[in-house]
Ligand binder design. Sequence first.
Ligand code: G4P
Length: 514
Amino acid sequence: MSNPNSNRRTFAIISHPDAGKTTLTEKLLLQGGAIHLAGEVKARGAARRARSDWMKIEQQRGISVTSSVMTFEKEYEGETITFNLLDTPGHEDFSEDTYRTLTAVDSAIMVIDAAKGIEPQTRKLFEVCRLRSVPIITFVNKVDREGRALFEILDEVADALALDVSPQSAPLGMGGLFKGILDFSSDTVAKPEGGSKEYLGTREPLGDLPDDLAEEIELTREGYPQFDLEAYRNGDLTPVFFGSALKNFGVEELIDAIARWAPPPRPQPAGDEQIPPSRNEVTGFIFKVQANMDPNHRDRIAFMRMVSGTFKRGMKLTPSGLGKPIAIHSPILFFAQDRELADTAEAGDIIGIPNHGTLRVGDTLSEKNAIRFSGLPNFAPEILRRVQLRDPTKTKQLRKALDDLSEEGVIQVFYPEIGAQWIVGVVGQLQLEVLISRLEAEYKVEAGLEASPFATARWVKGPESAVKTFEEFNRANLAKDRDGDMVFMAKSPWDVNYQAEKHPDLTFSATKER
Ligand code: G4P
């Protein structure tokens, strides 16, 4: 099983836009001593945006489209804990990027705006965590403001997760539910007298607490189960913290909860096997590739989640997609403000590997090249569009751009067997905007999108002869994806069912394991 002694905590913060993810990230990094001034995460973000045009959308919409890794350390009970925080895109459209990021973490913090409760996209994020068995700590943010009734929010959380919620932090030694956050009984904090609005904390004062919040918390707590570590780690229970990222309230308790409860690196599935972090061999997988992080250099960083072993700089690892070993001379560790060369890395760590396209999302890297990690799927696109090139002399650039961007997971690309118009598929509308903007900014390709006759796509697999027969009769509806694998382009879901019934020896899958 996982190594209970590991001091690594690899987690993601997920939320609906505006719930306070950026603010919370900033405060977590501050607590960890990784940055010294609040606002620096945003400031850095602004600097980065100024340098790269493609983040225009981000600026316009005030959202963060890319995800990144931030490592920081903090002492907890005499031990140094290394936190690897993976940021996820906070946009409204559920994206593949979010899903893939969740394959690389061992747990997640879900941030909810107390005033808004659970919104539909948040529900989807919960579902994805459930699907990936990622245990969740829920942080109900912005309790410094008048919000919804707490029990209502808890009910929604429970409903979204179809599991127990546990609004308590007793194991933190605070003597009761929510105390990790609102800490009414702690010696160091003045306890508000019944109904008092004033809260005097050891940290920044919370200011005016909404009337009756303390009482409400006490009442709410009663209806919910006690915290149970095993249930949380199994993903059957979520401890709920109430706090305020802006007022830096409850943030320290949140970090402590992660240090104390969040699971250390877990085994990863590789076919029928589970590869434990204690395995001697260095293994890992690529969950994200980011091209053009610096527009002046066509560099590409592949993000590898270490699954086992101790990596040393210069080590040779074999990527499953390449088949021959490569020496990794300049692995990068991502600290809050800096990138550093990584001399060593362990299970749970994320390292960035600069490369020129040799590493792909879903690749396994290992010393012996004997295992393949599974579980990073491609999603069936829900929106399909034809790409219309404005300048026909730019076909080559367009092809390269589409290949690159599909590799990053921004889009999926389908090259029809008949006809010259390429099709892109996405799960959410925003991906299309990112596509057009990046085509222009990074590849100098002006393109438009037009309706395609297709509604969805399915990867076709089966015995060679059956595939061949299918191909002969359906050429007009077939395409190849970036890897050259066959995809059936369907005009409707009905079409998929019909073909599946007609060809029982073929499988039509909505997702493709990489
Ligand atoms: P996001 O990354 O999830 O999109 O959210 P972000 O942290 O950017 O926060 C969204 C807004 O909510 C920001 O206000 C932020 O200051 C505010 N906020 C975050 N945490 C709290 C909290 O605990 N209490 C209160 N009252 N507000 C909070 P903004 O006006 O949109 O941005 P800004 O001008 O303050 O930067």
